[in-house]
Design a protein around this ligand. Sequence first.
Ligand SMILES: Cc1ncc(COP(=O)(O)O)c(C=O)c1O
Length: 416
Amino acid sequence: MRVPFPSTGGKRDAVLGELRSMKAGDTDWQNGRAPLFVFRATKEAYEVGRDAFFEYFTENALGGKRAFASIKRMEEEVIQMALDLFHAPADAQGFFTTGGTESIVQAVRTCRDWTRARRNAPTHRGNIVAPHTVHPAFNKAAALMDLEVRRVPAGPDFRADPRAMGAAIDPDTMMIVGSVPCFPFGVIDPIADLAALAKRRNVWLHVDACVGGYMAPFVKQLGHDIPEFDFALDGVSSISADLHKFGFCPKPASTVFYRSPDRARYNSYDFNEWPNGRFVTNTIVGTRPGGGVAGAWATFRFLGADGYRQAAKEMMNMVARYKAGVESIPSLRVLGRPHLSIVAFGSDEVDVFRVAEIMEKKGWLPGLLQAPKGIHRMMSMIHAPSMDEYLDDLRAAVGVVRQEGPAEKAKIAATY
Ligand SMILES: Cc1ncc(COP(=O)(O)O)c(C=O)c1O
């Protein structure tokens, strides 16, 4: 429906009041009703990130090099702190972006241009070999650049199958991918095996740690079984890691890293054929919020490694409680063995989509997997206070579906 452009301006309080009242129809994320989209470690870390963001509400990170030295400095410090976390070589480089998709598109383009230069083939159309579970951002990148993505079935544990991926590599393969963890099942791919494969076949390995990059290292430090995934493995060429997910920083904020300057140099876009002079960016977007950079810098400094470890500890305890609660409900089972805080569960006996429909009526926005059918949640401490309520509602919903029998068909479809 066409909305007429307002002919006159409104009063500040009225406008803001209307805006706030529109929220009434949103999912109640503050009480853990959204299965994804929002993240939190502690209230204090959230407030520090938010306050830092609003300190830089107007500044544009595009101007970091010329006008806002403080933004440039914070951006560089965040990148260096992250390179330290990821055991990167001294000359590794990284860039601040606005999200996981942008980090991935940048990595794919960088790999494409590095491959073209190495092969002396300026129009080479490469392919990307990835497990079936990787994020659609790789297909988006391929669609933008006319590349091919070969999605290879994962193993029975939902982790990438290096042997099957090896079989899919051909002379045009430029990149292989592993996730830390993959979004559908929350399992970490065998990155060490993929790194060995990349070295053997002389291709680029991108590690998509958008979800786990800023959490997995701390969970590992707590003694959990977390496979190696970073630059300590010398077959890893690039890593994407989102600050605005389990880095607990305000949106939009992500990072992309390259093992060496000879790779990183292809990340930048350099253009000078127009009236206004040289335009060099390391992101797809031009204008970027300074707040995203300030929020990330302040969150790193506020939490520090001990703060992230504490957050990881609380989250892993919550996830253990969640998994045990789900598996105590007859008919349900967790899919695979999730490494971090994405957990999906399914059932051989009841239609979990029907369960999700009943849960939705109680205000729980469904997160769904379509193959195999599952209910999916990417959890942080936002989900802790309502955990028992969720599990009680889940148990009751499963009971209803068992009573209904298969005649009652679910109408719901899986949407991201
Ligand atoms: C594994 C993985 N990679 C990449 C992305 C894309 O991140 P963004 O939504 O910030 O673009 C996501 C988003 O959830 C993800 O789960």
